[in-house]
Design a protein around this ligand. Structure first.
Ligand code: ATP
Ligand code: MG
Length: 391
């Protein structure tokens, strides 16, 4: 009997015609993650098997790969004779510490002579007979011994770990994440990567009103997202002149609305120029004045591009939970000013009016947008070894 790792795909199984496309990208993600370890992958339509001697090490790494539903430590037996299944089940559980158990059988090989219930009963009885001080508990067992009888072999297992779920990185194309250095946008980025989207990042800075530390913080956050298998670069936009112009010349309670409209205009151009199919940000309904539905609508009017807001309906505490889990929270709360927090009006408008916006924007010098796009700095973030505990 061989001890190996069995990977269950979960949501990938809903893909029919293009399942192979997803599975090939999953295999690629796994290969990247397992670099330097000795193993062999064998995959079929329903699951993947990893043959290796380094089971524990690999399991820890697989826990951070998107597109995996469950990671199972399984024992493969070539001889599916019921006596052999009983013998192997007893061997597997012999050195395991437990008091209660149940057996569940799944028989995809319908030509197998004994039905699933019967197999569970026979194996359960053999375990009771051969192992001391153990009892069956069908409702709340400490251990569930799973037996899968398939044509080519049978698999027995009880050790199952949760995978990251979602889709393998890059299966759903590329997008541009507006990354601010706050708590929200990096979480929005993480959730998008989880759904198979590859990200590049755009960051708006207002030096000297914002510092290089603020920029470095954003680079650190982008780097963190890249550790989840993403390979994105950062576009850094010099937003100083635009912000100063708005601050000096335009209606003060609409300042954030104008600023965000300019951000969207620039982000759309950067996305188009770089073949990125959507813009993603950390906006959240009602969190601040610029995120009321009317404000979101007023800002959104400048673009036809898809704007994805993964956090639109999350509570702040839910967002913070994810931020802590993915290791971004401690970076995000470092106290460096963001360009949005510097030029904040005393009473930002909650329900911006389209007529006022249009009239005010007639005053705006749109060549500043062209200038900002021309002077973008692109940073390729080096791929670093994983540092976060979660990874
Ligand atoms: P965050 O915690 O992500 O900073 P926030 O609650 O502070 O979000 P806003 O400042 O209104 O919200 O920004 C909403 C979204 O706009 C951010 O989540 C981010 O996606 C984007 N954004 C804001 N400021 C910047 C910036 N300086 N550079 C890039 N994107 C930004
Ligand atoms: Mg912010």
């Amino acid at each position: 009997m061989e001890k190996l790792i069995l990977i269950k795909y979960g949501e990938l199984t809903t893909k029919k015609d293009n399942r192979n496309y997803f599975l090939n990208l999953l295999e690629k993600s796994i290969n990247e993650k397992l670099e330097g370890i000795s193993y062999k992958i064998e995959k079929d339509y329903y699951r993947m098997f990893i043959h290796t001697k380094e089971i524990d090490k690999i399991i820890n790494k697989l826990k951070c790969v998107f597109g995996i539903h469950k990671i199972v430590v399984a024992y493969k037996i070539d001889d599916s004779n019921i006596n052999n299944i009983c013998k192997c089940s007893i061997n597997i559980l012999n050195n395991t510490d437990f008091k209660t158990f149940k057996v569940e059988t799944n028989r995809s090989d319908k030509t197998y002579k004994i039905n699933s219930n019967e197999v569970s009963k026979v194996v359960g009885a053999a375990i009771l007979k051969n192992l001391k001080n153990v009892n069956v508990d069908v409702h709340n067992p400490e251990i569930t011994l799973n037996i899968e009888i398939r044509k080519e072999a049978s698999y027995i297992y009880y050790e199952i770990y949760d995978g990251m779920k979602g889709y393998p990185i890059g299966t759903l194309g590329r997008a541009l994440l507006m990354l601010s250095g706050g708590i929200d946008s990096v979480v929005a980025g993480y959730l998008s990567i989880k759904r198979g989207v590859s990200l590049d990042f755009i960051y708006f800075e207002s030096i000297p009103h914002t510092s290089l530390e603020a920029r470095n913080k954003v680079i650190d956050l982008a780097n963190l997202l890249n550790k989840y298998g993403n390979h994105g670069k950062i576009y850094i936009v010099n937003f100083t002149k635009i912000q100063e112009y708005i601050y000096k010349n335009m209606k003060s309670d609409y300042l954030i609305t104008f600023m965000r409209r300019m951000m969207y205009r620039i982000a759309e151009q950067v996305a188009k120029n770089n073949d990125l199919n959507a813009i993603i940000n950390g906006e959240n309904i009602g969190q601040v004045a610029s995120q009321t539905l009317t404000s979101i609508k007023a800002v959104n009017e400048v673009t036809n591009y898809p704007i994805i807001r993964p956090l639109a309906t999350y509570d702040k505490l839910e967002i913070i939970d994810i931020a802590k889990k993915i290791g971004s929270y401690d970076i995000s709360i470092l106290p460096y000013e963001d360009c949005c927090t510097i030029f904040v009006p005393k009473h930002p408008v909650i329900n911006p009016k389209t007529e006022i916006i249009q009239k005010e924007e007639e005053k705006f010098d749109f060549s500043l947008i062209e200038e900002a796009i021309k002077s973008i700095i692109t940073i390729n973030i080096p791929h670093q070894e994983k540092t976060s505990e979660y990874l």
